[in-house]
Design a protein around this ligand. Sequence first.
Ligand code: KG4
Ligand code: ZN
Length: 354
Amino acid sequence: MLTTYAVLGIETSCDETSASVVANDRKILSNVVLSQLNEHRLYGGVVPEIAARAHINHIDSIVTRAMIESGVKFADLAGIAATGGPGLIGGILVGSTLGKAIASAHCKPFIAVNHLEGHALTVRLTDAIDFPYLLLLVSGGHCQLLFVKGVGLYRRLGTTIDDAVGEAFDKTAKLLGLGYPGGPAVEYAAALGDCSNVKLPRPMLGKAGCDFSFSGLKTAVRRRVNQVKEILSSQMVADIAAAFQKAVSDTLVDRTKQAINLLEIEKINNQFLVMAGGVAANQTIRAAIADLAALRGLQFVAPSMNLCGDNGAMIAWAGVERLALGLIDGMSFRPRSRWPLDQYAALSSKTNKV
Ligand code: KG4
Ligand code: ZN
């Protein structure tokens, strides 16, 4: 029988300060997430310097709470994992330095986790699925289609050539006066609107390859908003939000179809279509991707809502997976604001964002 062991995970790469203890038998023993909504609301988006200061102010108490709730002592941890990148460097420095300090004080292995790998492996924590799988990774900083072959083994099939999809949600929310955070606000407004009342483009639809583009859609929303001379009525806001969400959904479905086709052409064995990242919490998009999976005979898997956005549990789990393979990092690990999952794709693409 396997002995269980637990890893502490620390996430500080954007605007969530989070810590979690996860065991190798997939039990989440604690997952404390503090969102810096109030700190950034005034500015309508994440301000890096404010985010870094907020992480400094809260990280000690968040880690302490996560440890107490888990019932595990520092001395009994198998390792300490912290996000090592990509993301806002100030926050990453705070979390990874604390991770190293705890590891060093308790003579435990330190694991620097790629934030994207945290999102990518979450479904192995929640649904215990096997490799390989096709992943649609949709978050505030990224929009990628990846073929996940194993821990550390990623082939990027497509990425955004401009904005990330979550970023497009956030900017659209700002244009519509829906406030911050934008994604949930747009989804809420869209539920009250009629997407057929507003025509918006579907960028990249039908184009070869699996890349994404969202800046044209954002510009179209701005143009539509500017056409209205008076103050936007709440019905207009709802209709534009619904049209935007539908355009994003159609685009994501089209690009994901392309990736499925590519795997089929290359005769690559794959049974799963996985969605992860903050935007995976959007019910309309989630349903559209689930429908696509059903249509193509794939099993749809996505984390529960509370594990779509940034959280320490995904970092702790990636730490569990890495530790099991002996993939640990030294104290000399340097945080990376850019850190592509697929190094080869990064070298071959001028438009790579990570
Ligand atoms: O994964 P995440 O928490 O952070 C990054 O790694 O970027 O994703 C945050 C992004 C934000 O842009 C947020 O607006 C978006 O996910 N988001 C949503 C929803 N909930 C969060 N977008 C659309 N619909 C939602 N319900
Ligand atoms: Zn994220």
